[in-house]
Design a binder for this molecule. Sequence first.
Ligand SMILES: Nc1ncnc2c1ncn2[C@@H]1O[C@H](COP(=O)(O)OP(=O)(O)OP(=O)(O)O)[C@@H](O)[C@H]1O
Ligand SMILES: [Mg+2]
Length: 196
Amino acid sequence: MNITIVNFKGGVGKSMIAHQLISGYGFNGYEIDPYGSLSDRLPESVLRVDIQEKKIEEPKKETIFDFGGFDDVKLDQAISYSDLIVIPFIPTLETIQGTVDTLVRVASANKPILMVPNMSQKENDINDAKFVFEETLGFEIEMFPIPMSVALQTAINENCAVGDLSKQGGIKAYAYKKSSKIIDDLHAKIREYENL
Ligand SMILES: Nc1ncnc2c1ncn2[C@@H]1O[C@H](COP(=O)(O)OP(=O)(O)OP(=O)(O)O)[C@@H](O)[C@H]1O
Ligand SMILES: [Mg+2]
């Protein structure tokens, strides 16, 4: 399956999720972000797509499209190749509007959408965001929350899957295991949309 990860808002966790799915579950990646570092971190599995390109070729292996925090002409094409659109966002009032814009922009493609409230502090903020999204779209939308986690940031810094950290044991093993399970569950959730 192919997955488009998008939000016109920056810093919401798009590349973190892409990185963890690629390093942990054998996906390839297309990095459609001139400011991104995913293709530098995982050069074997991530292709950098030039910002000048008007088109992207249909991937031959399971691929994650990691977009930067802006609209791009290649977004519709990536979505057409994708089984699922993942929209990470930070559920605070100030940042919801950018996410609504993204949601409205991609909803017309009629592909399944999974919203990922990331680094949320309060359960209530997630519910408020869900309400706004569903009011805007007129249909229900699935949410998969990811908490703020030092283990995830460590996995990014060490350029590995959080699942690999959790196998190392030691004093931090518990924190790693918790985050590893969340990413495992996210992957399982994503797989529910395969061949839908
Ligand atoms: N759940 C989390 N816990 C801890 N750190 C996180 C989490 N999610 C993301 N981060 C960190 O937050 C920062 C921003 O995330 P990331 O780069 O993935 O955002 P992005 O949406 O790809 O941004 P951009 O639009 O600039 O491409 C990164 O340092 C990332 O490692
Ligand atoms: Mg990014």
